[in-house]
Design a binder for this molecule. Structure first.
Ligand SMILES: C[S@@+](CC[C@H](N)C(=O)[O-])C[C@H]1O[C@@H](n2cnc3c(N)ncnc32)[C@H](O)[C@@H]1O
Length: 413
C-alpha cells in the first residue's frame, strides 16, 4: 500500500516533478516520453513502495530476491525506463515485445504505440506475470498481452516485431531475437560485454545487428536457458577485506599467481590525464575492455581499501589488465585539496608490475587523446561462426550465440 510520509505532494504533482528531474538528468529528451511519464500512474505499479519512492528518479523498487539476497525482479528506476524509451523511440502502430515484465514499462510502451499498436510483455516468473497482469488491469491497460515464458525464445507467434525492448541484463543475444525482428527492427538490450553492461540500440541488418548508440545501465541478471553469470575469483578473502576479479565471457586467469601478486608490493604509474569528480568514465572502461587482451574487473570491499590492500573500494570493479601472474588496475588520485579533479593512473602487482601499469596508462592516454570526446564504440553483433573477414577491425568477443565486434573510429586492425 502506498503511503506518502511527507503528506504533501499528490501523484499528479509527483509525476510533474519526476518529469522535470528526468529532463534535468537528460534521461527524458523528447516531449513524447515526457508526456507518457507524466501520464502513467507509477504508484499503481509499485504498490509496496512509499509514494515518494515510486516517484524517485533513481530508485528501482525490488520486488523479488533469490536465496543469496540478489535482486532478481524489480520495477526499474524511472531514469533507466526513460532512457530506454528514448533509445527505443516507439512509434504509433508498432508491434512491440518487452522481455522482463513489471507492468509499468509495458504501460509506457502501450501509451507510445497508441491504440493501433500492440505490446506483448513476457517474464519467466509466473509470480511476476500474475502481478503485472493484475496491476495493468488496475491501471486500465487491458490490451497488453502478458505471457509467462523464457525470453530466450522470444514470442514467435506474435512476431515480427518492430521493436524488442529487453529489460533484464543479457549476457548474449539469442538468434530468436534477431529472427523475430522485422527488417530494420530495433533491439534495445542491456548487454554485458567483458563485464560491462550498456543498454544498446541495435538495428537489424539481415543476419546481424548494428549499434546506433548506448547508455550506461545496470539490470538484474537473466535467468533461464540464457543465464550466464560472471565469475568472481578471490585474490584476498579475509572477512570484510575481500578483493576479487570479476571475469566474463569465459576469460580465464591464474588465480594462485595473482593472489601472490596482490601480496607483493605495488608499482604505480600516473597518466597526466585528469577527470572531474562527477565526470563519467564509462567510455574509458569500454575502451580498456576493447583494447586489453587480458581484461577483468577488480572488486574490493571498504575493509580491503582501509587496510591498504587496494586503492579503492568498488563493488562493480575497476578496469584491470591481467597478464599471467601480473595485473594492473585503474585508479585515481586527487590533484588539488578541494578533491574536485583527479588524475588517472594504474597500480601494478606481480613480476611485471611496472610494465603492466605502463601499458594501462598508455591506453588511458590513447583514450584521452583519440576517443574521449568522440562518438564512442561501434558494436556489431554477428552470428557465431561468422568468419573474421566479415567483421569490422577491432576486438571480437566470442559468446555462445554471437560474435560481438567492438571497434572505435580510426582504430587499426
Ligand atoms: C528489471 S525487471 C523488469 C522491469 C520491468 N520491465 C518494468 O516495468 O520496470 C527484470 C525481469 O526480468 C525477468 N527475467 C529474468 N530472466 C528472464 C528470462 N529469461 N525471460 C523473461 N524474463 C526474465 C525477471 O523475472 C524480472 O521480473
Amino acid at each position: 500500500m502506498n503511503t506518502n510520509p511527507s503528506g504533501t505532494d499528490t501523484p499528479q504533482e509527483l509525476r510533474a516533478g519526476l518529469v522535470k528531474q528526468l529532463r534535468d538528468q537528460r534521461a527524458i529528451r523528447t516531449d513524447r516520453v515526457a508526456e507518457v511519464i507524466g501520464t502513467v500512474p507509477r504508484e499503481i505499479f509499485a504498490p509496496e513502495a512509499q509514494l515518494t519512492d515510486a516517484y524517485d528518479p533513481d530508485r528501482a523498487v525490488v520486488t523479488k530476491r533469490d536465496g543469496d539476497g540478489l535482486a532478481i525482479s524489480s520495477v526499474s528506476a524511472a531514469n533507466i525506463q526513460a532512457l530506454m524509451l528514448e533509445q527505443a523511440n516507439p512509434q504509433p502502430g508498432e508491434n512491440v515485445l518487452e522481455i522482463g515484465s513489471g507492468g509499468m514499462n509495458a504501460a509506457y510502451l502501450a501509451e507510445l504505440v497508441g491504440p493501433d499498436g500492440t505490446v506483448t510483455t513476457l517474464d519467466i516468473d509466473p509470480e511476476v506475470t500474475d502481478r503485472a497482469q493484475r496491476l495493468l488491469a488496475d491501471a486500465g491497460y487491458d490490451s497488453i498481452h502478458v505471457e509467462t515464458a523464457d525470453g530466450e525464445y522470444g514470442a514467435p507467434e506474435r512476431a515480427p516485431f518492430d521493436l524488442i525492448e529487453v529489460t533484464v541484463g543479457a549476457p548474449d543475444i539469442p538468434p530468436t531475437w534477431v529472427d523475430q525482428l522485422a527488417p530494420n527492427g530495433r533491439l534495445i538490450v542491456p548487454l554485458r560485454i567483458r563485464g560491462l553492461m550498456r543498454s544498446f540500440v541495435l538495428v537489424r541488418a539481415g543476419d546481424h545487428l548494428v549499434s546506433r548508440g548506448y547508455e550506461l545501465c545496470g539490470f538484474v541478471p537473466m535467468q533461464g536457458a540464457g543465464q550466464q553469470r560472471e565469475r568472481l575469483v578471490l585474490l584476498h578473502d579475509a572477512p570484510t577485506e575481500e578483493v576479487g576479479l570479476r571475469l566474463d565471457d569465459g576469460d580465464q586467469v591464474d588465480v594462485e599467481a595473482l593472489r601472490a601478486a596482490l601480496a607483493s608490493p605495488r608499482q604505480e604509474m600516473w597518466s597526466g590525464v585528469t577527470v572531474g569528480g562527477e565526470e563519467p568514465t564509462d567510455n574509458l572502461d569500454l575502451w580498456l575492455a576493447t583494447v586489453l587482451d587480458g581484461h577483468a574487473r577488480l572488486t574490493a570491499t571498504i575493509g580491503a581499501r582501509d587496510k591498504g590492500i587496494v586503492a579503492s573500494a568498488s563493488p562493480l570493479g575497476v578496469g584491470t589488465l591481467v597478464a599471467g601472474g601480473t595485473f594492473a588496475y585503474r585508479t585515481v588520485r586527487a590533484v588539488d585539496d578541494s578533491r574536485t579533479r583527479f588524475e588517472l593512473g594504474a597500480y601494478g602487482h606481480g613480476p611485471a608490475a611496472a610494465a603492466a601499469a605502463a601499458s594501462l596508462v598508455k591506453e588511458i592516454r590513447v583514450w584521452d587523446q583519440e576517443h574521449r570526446n568522440g562518438p564512442g564504440a561501434h558494436i556489431e553483433i554477428h552470428p557465431a561462426g561468422t568468419p573474421d573477414s566479415r567483421l569490422p577491425a577491432g576486438r571480437v568477443v566470442d559468446k555462445t550465440h554471437t560474435r560481438v565486434s567492438i571497434s572505435w573510429p580510426g582504430q587499426q586492425p
